[in-house]
Design a protein around this ligand. Structure first.
Ligand SMILES: [Zn+2]
Length: 451
């Protein structure tokens, strides 16, 4: 027993020494920050189907080769091609309150447009789908439904408030249409009290309603104004106008960079983020950060001269935001070719200070990673949580692949998520690099210890 314990402690000391070297590499030689500057400033917002998304594919291919990939693949996928258009207008009018005021609004992704000249209607505020149902066609028909549900400020982790309210963004239009509404608006998914509206994807559900009505998000402050005004004048009107379009699906690619494994080249450890982003900002935290951090996994192996046993892949997924075309294409090929994946890690929660990893219990992965918590503690990783992953690697869970989610500090993410404020200047270089170092270290440890 004593010998075994000593062997375990020696292994942990070796691992700690190597992880220290990995952190030193990232904190002095990482390309994450400079790569992200190019991706955000030279290319910018990269919505699926756009020229910028295509430019990002070519950029990623080069960045992966520069990082030291032996091979870079472009994996074809089909993606929705939604275009926002240049007009987005919302005007609140009330003769009673002598109001005629523009409100900050953004069209939700995949939404249809209003008639060309816009639409004008009374507004009905609801706090839940149940309330909407109780009001029914009689009270809702011909109106604009306002899902007046705030992020719960008492939640410690903002993503849990997001989890509770995002259903109104995704499904609100179909439920409103079911009762004859002409449009729906939601509060922006945020705690931040400002005038940046937050976009994000919505879905029309033909099982709920065959009608497709336009749908929008108001900024936090605009939603407050509307809510307040409705308490004084429930006859007020909103004018809405936009010109979004759903074009035919377009061809695009995931970009996959690989370093071949020296002992088990047919067994893969993958990490990735998503290359596409919303069009209104620069996609800096969501998810340029994840893309550059996982490209940097390859540079770490190359620069430190570590030959991985398993094949190490970085996957820059396409179309996470509005369709998962890339995630499904990766899954399909992995399934058809019976590719063996040891683990899949996703970083899609911003380039903030690392806090935790969420790890699936599948195939003993959680136990293995939990044993390394003492190695990560000096680097401020406080927790290994049960269960993890991300939208892009989610489909791989069907193949029994243990999935891991990188969890940075969440407090500021929803301040800028899906807004025009998600720009490169919101990135802190050291926080971004600490995240890259945590991810690189975990991939290194999995490769070294997985039997
Ligand atoms: Zn994302």
């Amino acid at each position: 027993m004593f010998v075994l314990v000593c062997a375990f402690l020696n292994a942990q000391t070796d691992d700690s020494t190597q992880v220290r070297k990995i952190y030193d590499f990232y904190l002095t030689q990482s390309k994450s920050y400079s790569n992200l500057e190019v991706l955000t400033k030279k290319i910018g917002g990269r919505l699926s189907g756009s020229k910028q998304a295509q430019d990002a594919v070519y950029w990623a291919k080069k960045a992966l080769y520069d990082a030291g990939a032996d091979t870079v693949y472009l994996q074809p996928c089909m993606v929705p091609h939604w275009v926002r258009g240049s007009i987005e207008k919302c005007v609140l009018t009330s003769s009673k309150l002598k109001l005629n005021k523009n409100l900050a609004i953004t069209t939700l992704g995949s939404s249809v447009s209003t008639p060309m000249a816009g639409l004008k209607a009374n507004v009905i505020s609801v706090a839940s789908f149940e309330e909407l149902e109780q009001l029914g066609v009689e009270k809702v028909k011909g109106k604009i439904v306002f899902y007046n549900v705030k992020f719960d400020d008492t939640r410690i982790i903002p993503s849990s408030a997001y989890g509770e309210t995002v259903k109104f963004r995704v499904h609100g239009a179909s439920y409103a249409a079911k009762y004859g509404a002409v449009a729906s608006v939601v509060r922006s998914m945020t705690h931040a009290r400002n005038n940046f509206p937050h976009t994000g994807n919505m879905k029309y559900d033909p099982m709920v309603s065959k009608e497709k009505i336009p749908t929008f998000a108001l900024s936090y402050l605009a939603a407050n104004e509307l809510s307040e005004a409705l308490t004084k004048d429930n006859e007020l009107m909103l004018f809405l106008q936009n010109e979004s379009k759903n074009l035919p699906d377009a061809p695009s690619f995931n970009v996959i960079g690989e370093i071949k494994g020296s002992e088990k080249p047919n067994e893969y450890i993958i990490s990735g983020g998503h290359l596409d982003s919303w069009d209104n900002g620069e996609g800096a935290h969501d998810d340029g950060a994840g893309v550059v951090q996982t490209i940097d996994v390859l540079s770490m192996f190359k620069k430190l001269g570590i030959k991985p046993k398993h094949s190490i892949r970085t996957v820059c997924f396409m179309n996470e935001e509005n369709g998962l075309g890339g995630a499904n294409a990766y899954f399909k090929e992995a399934d058809e070719k019976k590719l063996k994946h040891i683990a899949a890690l996703e970083t899609d929660a911003g380039g903030f200070s690392p806090r935790a990893f969420g790890v699936d219990t599948t195939a003993g992965m959680y136990k293995m990673v939990l044993a390394w918590l003492p190695i990560f503690k000096p680097y401020l990783i406080e927790q290994i949580k049960v269960g993890g992953g991300g939208a892009d690697i989610g489909p791989l869970e069907k193949l029994g692949v243990p999935c891991i989610g990188f969890e940075p500090d969440n407090q500021r993410y929803f301040d800028i998520h899906h807004t025009s404020d998600d720009t490169f200047d919101k990135i802190n270089k050291r926080e971004l690099e600490l995240g890259a170092a945590a991810i690189g270290s975990l991939i290194y440890l999995i490769d070294k210890h997985h039997k």
